[in-house]
Structures are given as C-alpha cells and as structure tokens.
Design a protein around this ligand. Structure first.
Ligand code: ATP
Ligand code: MG
Length: 393
C-alpha cells in the first residue's frame, strides 16, 4: 500500500547556505543506500522536504532497513499517495488507510492537514474538521485528542494527496560528506569499527588504514578487516582501505628497542604512517578506537606519548566509554560478530608480558634513536608497497 517515504531530518544547525549542502548530501546518500535494494526509486527534494518514491515493485522492509542506515535521517514516514478524485473519495481513502494501519481502531487521533497546493477547494482547518467527522463515523470507538493523540494523521495536498502517520526512527546524525574526511585506523577488533561509525555519523567521510604483518597475521585476519570495513561502509559509504605491510618495521623495532616499550613505539609508527597517508589523501584527522585505561597502551601517559608524533588532530570517539558500552554499539551496528572472530592481530603477536603503562617520552625517543639507521627506508618502503582496496557495503 505504501508507495513513497517522506524523509524527516533534524533541521537544527541547518540554516541558510548549509541547508542545501545538507539536503543535497542527504539525497546523494539515500540514492547510494537504495542502490542496494530491489526496485527503482526517485529521490527528490521539493519545498524543503525529501521524498523517496518507488517507481516499481519494492520490498518495504529491505528499503526501510537501508534508509535506517543513512545518517542525517531522523525519521522515515511511509506514505500512501492517492490521486485527487474529490473530497468524498479522499474520505474513503483515509478510512481504508486507518483500517489497514490500525486494525483495532480504538485509538485517539488528530488530523494535521497541509495544503502545498493552494487551489484545493478546502483549507487546512476545513480538511481537519471534515475528515475528523468521516473517521468518527467510520470508527465509532476512535476519539479526537488534539493535545496528545495516539495517531497524528498527516494529510498533504500536493499534485497527489499524501497520507501518513507512522514515523520509523532513523539513525540521526549528519549526512556523510558534509563534514570532511577522516582516516580511521582500522584493526580487526571491536573498538575501531565503532569509532569509524561514530565519526561517520557526524557527517565525516571515512578512509581507513590497516597494518598487516604477514606471516604473523594471516590472510584471514586481513579479510576480517576488509569485512569490517564493508560493514562500516553500509553507513559511511565507500571506504578506501589502505593496507600497509608492517612486518619489517615491527621486526626492526623488536630487534632494536626494549620489549616492554614495543607496543608504544609500534603505535607511534602506526600513527606516523597513518598521518602521512591521511595528508596525502586529504583527510583532516585520524580516528582511533582508543579508550582511556582499556589496555597499557591506552593509559593517559601512553596516549600522550602516542599522540606526540601527530600534527593532525586525533579523534577518539570512544575515549570515555566502558567496553560494555562499546560492545552494545557494535552489536547494534552489526560489527560485533565479525570483530570477535579469533584471528590474530599484529598488536598481540609481540606483546611483552609487562608493557610499560607510564612511558616517558624522553626515554621512548632515546630508544627510538636505535632505529635511526633503517627506519626511514622501512617506512618509505611500507608506503610504496601499500595496497588499496575500495570497499563498498
Ligand atoms: P580495537 O578493538 O579497535 O582493535 P584494541 O582495544 O584492540 O582496539 P589496540 O590494539 O591498543 O586496542 O589499538 C588501539 C587502536 O589502534 C585501535 O582501536 C585502532 O584504531 C588502532 N589499531 C590497532 N591495531 C591496528 C592495526 N593493525 N591496523 C590499524 N589500526 C590499528
Ligand atoms: Mg586491537
């Protein structure tokens, strides 16, 4: 019965020039999301509203599921569109709508009519009153409540007449592409895909970098990261995933530096390399899944030492969250099942039994001098042999 959707979006902060940028990006992201659905759709922007019209048969549930992944949408209203064949017919259409949508029809209701076409013979107040009467006649157990109705029935008079009352919540946030681009350090864990999701939700386009350490990390571990990037891209749009071969750098650090500082020094090189790729690809910041105190390399002291290598801002959206809260988001967005697959991670291969939890920047820098001879060449080689995988959800 539904043939269209009215897309609601939060308008706060979307004034003036920003408004059309926001709306155009939202239209673009909706079109992208619907490409994954069966059926053809027209997405249009008219009079400050965005509509999705089905031009063919389509699967309602699948379409709603896709729309619920488009950041910027606050609500999805399934719409019944009827031809204008006079007011009596409209009354019948509204009665059929209520009968189909609310089978027990005992609710309170209010009608909110809106004339986008002023040549309609009745004005909004008259439509509200007349249709209210028609509904009460048809469903004697229903009552009008203008203050807090169970059903707020919208009637929009356009070329066709739109009838809707259901609002399916959208994900909120801002359309991807309205807020620049960030480089996500994506590992195979639980945290970093959630971090990418959260920053994408604020309108940021996401590229990603994964540090791969074959043969210590397997092809399956890499595939897991590709799969996670794919899941993130269901929300964030296409993700350019850069895979860096990190083994030689890791081995060199292992050989030259104290083992309790290995993780922290390795993290500093990951950030350095990620920043280089970020700058080359126009990203405005790095994004990680770090959270204070989660592991030794994420104490305040360790984060300060890791951060010191970067000039770009580093966004850590999970910084104040408990693991359980992060797990809940990962379950909600569908990355959890993939994240917990048991493939090794390059950070866990060489970890010391007792990594430093309060690294001293001066001492770390002194030990990094042990790397002077070859590290620049190794970093250069890693960048030159980087592999690019374009991932679409
Ligand atoms: P995650 O669950 O995201 O792997 P974690 O709790 O395992 O995080 P760490 O291994 O210390 O924590 O990594 C902290 C952050 O560093 C990750 O959230 C991610 O952003 C980045 N990171 C770690 N390992 C890699 C890797 N191999 N490739 C890319 N980024 C990585
Ligand atoms: Mg990890």
């Amino acid at each position: 019965m539904f043939t269209s959707f009215l897309i609601k979006y939060a308008e706060i902060g979307v004034k003036g020039k920003n408004r059309y940028l926001f709306e155009d990006a939202l239209v673009r992201q909706i079109r992208y999301a619907l490409k994954k659905c069966d059926g053809t759709f027209a997405v249009s922007k008219t009079q400050g509203r965005i509509y999705v019209d089905a031009l063919s048969e389509f699967d309602f549930d699948e379409t709603v599921e896709q729309l619920r992944k488009v950041f910027g949408i606050s609500g999805i209203c399934p719409v019944v569109a009827v031809e204008d064949q006079g007011f009596t017919q409209l009354g019948k259409d509204v009665v059929s709508y209520i009968a189909a949508t609310y089978p027990d029809h005992k609710q309170t209701f209010k009608i909110a009519a809106r004339r986008a076409r002023k040549n309609y013979p009745l004005d909004s107040m008259e439509i509200n009153a007349e249709l209210g009467g028609v509904i009460l006649d048809a469903f004697p157990e229903m009552r009008v409540d203008v203050h807090s109705p169970d059903i707020l029935l919208h009637i929009e008079i356009r070329e066709k007449i739109f009838i809707y009352s259901v609002i399916i919540p959208g994900p909120g946030g801002m359309p991807v592409g309205t807020n620049g681009k960030g480089m996500l350090l994506l590992s195979g864990g639980i945290d970093s895909p959630v971090a990418g999701y959260m920053i994408a939700k604020r309108g940021v386009k996401i590229d990603a970098v994964y540090f791969h350490a074959p043969p210590y990390t397997s092809e399956r571990a890499k595939q897991k990261v590709v799969d996670l990037a794919k899941l993130v891209s269901c929300y964030a749009g296409p993700v350019y995933l850069h895979v860096i071969h990190f083994t030689d750098i890791q081995m060199y650090i292992y050989e030259k530096c104290p083992h309790d500082e290995l993780t922290i020094i390795m993290r500093r090189y990951m950030m350095k390399i990620a920043e280089k790729i970020a700058v080359d690809t126009g990203c405005l910041g790095l994004i990680t899944g770090e959270s204070i105190g989660q592991v030794a390399s994420q104490t305040m002291h360790s984060l300060a030492v890791t951060n010191e290598v970067c000039e770009l801002p580093v966004y850590r959206p999970l910084i104040g969250m408990d693991k359980q809260e992060i797990v809940e988001i990962s379950e909600k967005i569908g990355t959890y099942e993939t994240s917990i697959l048991p493939y090794e991670d390059c950070c866990t291969i060489f970890v010391a039994k007792h990594p430093v939890t309060k690294p001293n920047l001066g001492i770390i820098k002194k030990h990094e001098k042990n790397l002077a001879q070859e590290i620049d060449t190794l970093v250069q080689t890693a960048l030159e042999t980087k592999e690019l995988i374009v991932v679409e959800g």
